[in-house]
Design a protein around this ligand. Structure first.
Ligand code: GAL
Length: 675
C-alpha cells in the first residue's frame, strides 16, 4: 500500500487548495512565483473542477489542467490531485434529478451550492467514476502527482427511494432474515414489526420518536454507502498509479462517518481543522480542540497524517469572523506538526473574489503579497523546511482514550436520560484534562489491541460490543489501569439495554453491584463531592461490590452515595467516574490514575498554557498564551538546539507570545548562540 512518505519524500508538505479555474493565465504565473517564494511544495488541484473539466456530459476539457500541472511541475511544486466528485455540475442534477439527495422530509436538495449527490444513486456513481477514471488515465503518471484527494469532506446523507432500496440491501446483508431484523430493532415496541423487506424505509420524518435501532443502522449504512463511493474512486485511481497514496479529507470529529472504518480504507489520513480562534492560558479552547483532533487523526492514521485544510486567518462561516492574531496560524500549524502532521495545508492558496467563500481568508489574501498574512505564510514555509528531520517520525503515547462512532451515534439519540449530555463535549473535557497535564495520548477503538498502553480512559462509550467488553476485562486483569466515565457499557450494538443497565462484566470490573438509577443534573447545576470537588451533568445511584469510594456525593438526593470509585485487580485497577468533574478535578484525577499506572507527563510543572509534545527525538514547546514564559529544560534537552531558530539553549528556553521551540537533543558542536 502506498503511504504518506511516498508524497513527503523526507520533507514536510506545505501548500493548499489551488483553484486556477477561477483565474486567468497571467495570474497562474504569478501564483507559482509566489508559491515558490512561500516555500509551497504541494498544491491541491481540482477539488471543485467538475463543471470546468466536463462542461456537458462526456465533453471533457483537460487542456487547462495539463497546463496547470505542467506549470506546477516546472516550478518544483507537487500536486495533490482531487477527483471533483463532491460538486457535480448543474447538468447532472438537471438531466438526472434522481442523483440529487432528498432530506428526511423527502424534499429535494437542489444544485446551486455543493455536495448535492445521493451516494446510492447509480447514475451519480457512474458519472463520478467516469470523470475519475479519465483523470486517473490522463494524470496517473504525471511527474507532479504526489497524492490523490478523493471527493471532499464526504458526509451527505440521503433519504430518497434509491437510498431506501440500497438500505434494504445493506440490511439484508447485515441481518439475513427479516426476523433477525425485527428482533434487532425491537419492533415489538409500538407495533413496528416489518412483514416484508419492501416495507422498510430510511428513517424519514415521522409523527413521533423514530425507532432508535433503525436510526443507528441508518447512520452505519450512510457511512458505508459513502465509503463505497470513496473506495470505487480510490480503486479507479490506484489502477493507474499504484504507488501514489490516496486520501480523502475528513471533517474534524465528524459524526457522519465511521472514522475507524474510513481510516482503514485510506493510504493517508487527512483532516480539515478550523478551531475557534480564542487563545490564551485562561481560554485555550482552540488549541485544546486542535490537539484533540490532531491526536484522533494521528491515531486513525497510526502514524503521520496530513492537515489538509486550515485557515490562514479568518473563516467566513461563523457569525463574526475575526482574523487570526499575529503568530496564531504559525502556532497552530506547528502544534499539528508536533502532534504528528507531515503536511500543513490550507484552504485555499489564493482568496477568491467571487462565490460563497470570497471572505474566507487564504494564504494569498485579497490584500496581496505585501499583506500580513502572506508574510506569515512565507515565514511558516521557511520554518517547515527547517523541520524536515521530523518527517515520518512518531508521537509516543502510553495513554489511550477509547472512542467509537456507533457509541456516539447510539448514545446521542433522542429520548435518553439527559439531552444535555453532549458526547463531543464529554470527549473534549476528558482529552483536555489530559492535555492540560501534558500527557501524550492516542485514541483507540474499544476492540483494539491495548497492549502498548498503560492507562486507558473511556470518557463515555454508551454502546460496547461483547468483544470490546472482553478486551477491557482482559486488559485490566493483565495489569492495566482503566478510568471509565458515566453512561458507559449501557447498550449492545443493537442499542438494546444490557442486563442491569450496565453490562455485568463491566460492573464486576468496576466493583459495582447495582446501578439503581441515573440521576442527571440540569444544565448549569453542580453537585458538591466529599473531596471538595464538584460534578455536573450526571450522577448515579450505585451499590458497590469490591470498589472503594474515592469521593462521595456531598449533597442532594444522593448525599453519601459513591461518586468516584476504584477497584483493584492485582497490578491493574478500574476507576469509575459517575459524574463530570470540574476541569481541574478531572485533570487531577487522571494525573493520579496516570501516576498509578506509571505514566509520566511529557514535562511536568510547566507554566499555564504551555504545551509540551514529544515527536521522534524532538521536544516541542508551545506557548498558547500572550505573555512571555520561561521553561526550564529537562536533563535530556539541556544544551539542545531549536530547529526553528538554530539557537542552542543550555538550561531553559524563553517563549514569547504564541512562541514555539522545537528542540533537538543533539546540538552541533560549535555553532549557535546560547541562552
Ligand atoms: C472546508 C471545505 C473547503 C472550504 C473550507 C472553508 O470544509 O473542504 O472547500 O469550504 O471548508 O470554509
Amino acid at each position: 500500500m502506498a503511504a504518506l512518505d511516498g508524497a513527503t519524500r523526507g520533507r514536510l508538505l506545505f501548500g493548499g487548495d489551488y483553484n486556477p479555474e477561477q483565474w486567468d493565465r497571467q495570474t497562474w504565473r504569478e501564483d507559482v512565483r509566489l508559491m515558490r517564494e512561500a516555500g509551497v511544495n504541494l498544491a491541491t488541484v481540482g477539488v471543485f473542477s467538475w463543471a470546468t473539466l466536463e462542461p456537458r456530459p462526456g465533453a471533457r476539457d483537460f487542456g487547462w489542467l495539463d497546463e496547470v500541472l505542467d506549470l506546477l511541475h516546472e516550478n518544483g511544486i507537487g500536486v495533490c490531485l482531487a477527483t471533483p466528485t463532491a460538486s457535480p455540475p448543474p447538468w447532472l442534477g438537471a438531466r438526472h434529478p434522481e442523483t440529487l439527495p432528498r432530506d428526511e422530509n423527502g424534499t429535494v436538495v437542489w444544485y446551486g451550492a455543493r455536495n448535492q449527490f445521493c451516494a446510492s444513486s447509480p447514475v451519480y456513481r457512474e458519472h463520478a467514476l467516469g470523470i475519475t477514471e479519465a483523470l486517473a488515465r490522463r494524470y496517473g503518471r504525471h511527474p507532479a502527482l504526489r497524492l490523490w484527494h478523493i471527493n471532499n469532506e464526504y458526509g451527505t446523507a440521503c433519504w430518497c427511494d434509491t437510498t431506501a432500496a440500497h438500505f434494504r440491501t445493506w440490511l439484508r446483508e447485515r441481518y439475513g432474515t427479516l426476523e433477525a431484523l425485527n428482533e434487532a430493532w425491537g419492533t415489538a415496541f409500538w407495533s413496528q414489526r416489518y412483514d416484508a423487506w419492501e416495507e422498510i424505509i430510511p428513517p424519514r420524518r415521522a409523527q413521533y420518536l423514530r425507532n432508535p435501532a433503525q436510526l443507528l443502522d441508518f447512520r452505519r449504512f450512510t457511512s458505508d454507502a459513502l465509503l463505497e463511493c470513496f473506495t470505487a474512486e480510490r480503486d479507479a485511481v490506484a489502477a493507474h498509479s499504484p504507488e501514489v497514496p490516496v486520501t480523502t479529507n475528513f471533517m474534524p470529529l465528524f459524526a457522519g462517518l465511521d472514522g475507524w472504518r474510513w481510516a482503514a480504507a485510506e493510504d493517508v489520513v487527512s483532516v480539515d481543522l478550523y478551531p475557534e480562534p480564542a487563545a490564551g492560558p485562561e481560554e485555550p479552547g482552540g488549541a485544546a480542540y486542535g490537539a484533540l483532533v490532531q491526536d484522533l487523526t494521528r491515531s486513525q492514521a497510526r502514524g503521520p497524517w496530513m492537515l489538509m485544510e486550515q485557515a490562514a486567518s479568518a473563516v467566513s462561516w461563523r457569525e463574526v469572523n475575526q482574523p487570526k492574531p499575529e503568530g496564531l496560524m504559525r502556532l497552530w500549524s506547528l502544534q499539528a506538526v508536533a502532534r504528528g502532521a507531515d503536511a500543513v495545508c490550507f484552504f485555499q492558496w489564493r482568496q477568491s473574489r467571487q462565490g460563497s467563500e470570497k471572505f474566507h481568508s487564504a494564504m494569498l489574501p485579497h490584500a496581496g503579497e505585501r499583506s500580513r498574512t502572506f508574510r506569515q505564510v512565507c515565514e511558516l514555509g521557511a520554518e517547515l523546511a527547517r523541520l524536515a528531520p521530523v518527517t515520518g517520525t512518531e508521537v509516543p503515547a502510553e495513554i489511550a482514550i477509547l472512542h467509537d462512532w456507533p457509541a456516539w451515534w447510539a448514545g446521542s439519540q433522542p429520548a435518553r436520560p439527559s439531552a444535555a449530555v453532549d458526547y463531543p463535549e464529554i470527549l473534549g473535557a476528558w482529552h483536555r484534562a489530559l492535555w492540560t497535564g501534558n500527557f501524550a495520548c492516542d485514541f483507540a477503538h474499544p476492540e483494539a489491541d491495548l497492549g502498548g498502553y498503560r492507562l486507558v480512559v473511556i470518557p463515555q462509550l454508551y454502546l460496547l460490543s461483547d468483544a470490546a467488553l472482553d478486551n477491557l476485562v482482559t486488559w485490566v486483569r493483565d495489569g492495566g489501569t482503566l478510568v471509565c466515565g458515566f453512561f458507559t457499557g449501557v447498550a449492545d450494538p443493537d442499542d438494546r439495554v444490557r442486563e442491569g443497565g450496565m453490562d455485568p462484566r463491566l460492573r464486576r470490573l468496576l466493583g459495582i453491584e447495582t446501578v439503581h438509577d441515573w440521576w442527571p443534573l440540569p444544565p448549569g447545576e453542580t453537585v458538591r463531592l466529599s473531596d471538595g470537588g464538584t460534578g455536573r451533568l450526571w450522577r448515579e445511584d450505585l451499590d458497590l461490590a469490591g470498589a472503594e469510594t474515592l469521593a462521595a456525593y456531598a449533597e442532594g438526593e444522593l448525599a453519601g452515595r459513591p461518586a468516584l470509585t476504584r477497584a483493584g485487580h492485582g497490578a491493574g485497577s478500574a476507576w469509575y467516574v459517575s459524574t463530570l468533574p470540574g476541569h481541574r478535578e478531572l485533570a487531577a484525577l487522571l494525573a493520579k490514575a496516570a501516576a498509578a499506572a506509571g505514566v509520566a507527563p511529557v514535562l511536568g510543572g510547566l507554566p499555564a498554557g504551555v504545551e509540551a509534545v514529544r515527536r521522534g527525538e524532538l521536544l516541542f514547546l508551545l506557548n498558547h498564551g500572550r505573555e512571555q514564559v520561561t521553561v526550564p529544560l529537562p536533563d535530556a534537552y539541556r544544551a539542545s538546539r531549536d530547529l526553528l531558530t538554530g539557537r542552542v539553549h543550555a538550561t531553559e528556553v524563553a517563549l514569547g507570545r504564541f512562541g514555539v521551540a522545537a528542540l533537538s537533543p543533539t546540538p552541533p558542536t560549535s555553532e549557535g548562540s546560547r541562552t
